[in-house]
Design a protein around this ligand. Structure first.
Ligand code: SAM
Length: 212
């Protein structure tokens, strides 16, 4: 879901840094070979992730939800020399595509792909994160947050994708588990005094959360 009109989206894309040839090829292959290609971050959101990553200048990034690796490559653009990005996914088939592109980008040395359940894997990563991208199971966002916040450095940033869920978060009588999970997550963040919270209606809703 995109909340801005398509003409505005295209104008914004045209006036932003272009997508690299590699990211374009990855996006194309994702649309040709996967069942839900719209899960991929895409040009404008990808440039935003890259921009934020360059501002944060992280040594250590965590991405929850690799898919075909588009956002992983965008986030990796801001890594400091010697830095590392951990990315988790429980679907080895889509990760296979990602691995090919990490190799083409010659970034295998700084990307560690963890295949399995995010909830079991997050506690096992023995590092402090500077930047985290939440983009896996929507029902679990709050649990991801509780696992990740203690591992985030002061001033570190969490970005959570799809927090408006096509506008469904406005439906207070919903019984859909993903929508309810996101509603609980959004309310919790808003009231959590440990963080600064900024929810932007970019694409399907991006929550920017900074640890005080
Ligand atoms: C929206 S896609 C990620 C898109 C990617 N971050 C991007 O922007 O290009 C979500 C991914 O999360 C993975 N996923 C869903 N539930 C998961 C879980 N419980 N543990 C680990 N990965 C999960 C899915 O397999 C899927 O590839």
């Amino acid at each position: 879901m995109n909340f801005v009109p398509i003409e505005i989206q295209e104008y914004a894309e045209k006036h932003s840094e272009p997508e690299s040839e590699l990211l374009y090829a990855l996006r194309r292959e994702t649309y040709l070979k996967t069942m839900y290609p719209r899960m991929l971050s895409g040009h404008l959101q990808g440039r935003l992730l890259s921009f934020i990553s360059r501002l944060v200048a992280p040594s250590c990034i965590l991405e929850i939800g690799t898919f075909t690796g588009y956002a992983t490559l965008c986030l990796a653009e801001g890594l400091l020399p010697g830095g590392k990005i951990y990315t988790i996914d429980n679907d080895p088939e889509v990760v296979e595509i990602a691995l090919g592109y990490f190799e083409k980008a010659q970034l295998q040395h700084c990307i560690e792909v963890l295949i399995g359940e995010a909830l079991s894997l997050i506690p096992e990563i023995p590092v402090t994160f500077d930047l985290v991208f939440l983009d896996a199971q929507k029902e679990e966002y709050l649990t991801y947050y509780h696992l990740v916040l203690p591992k985030l450095r002061q001033g570190g940033v969490i970005i959570a994708d799809n927090v408006l869920w096509s506008g469904n978060v406005l439906d207070t009588s919903t019984t859909d588990p993903a929508t309810k999970g996101l509603q609980q997550f959004n309310t919790f963040i808003k009231e959590d005094s440990r963080v600064f919270a900024l929810l932007l209606p970019v694409r399907d809703g991006l929550f920017f959360i900074q640890k005080k």
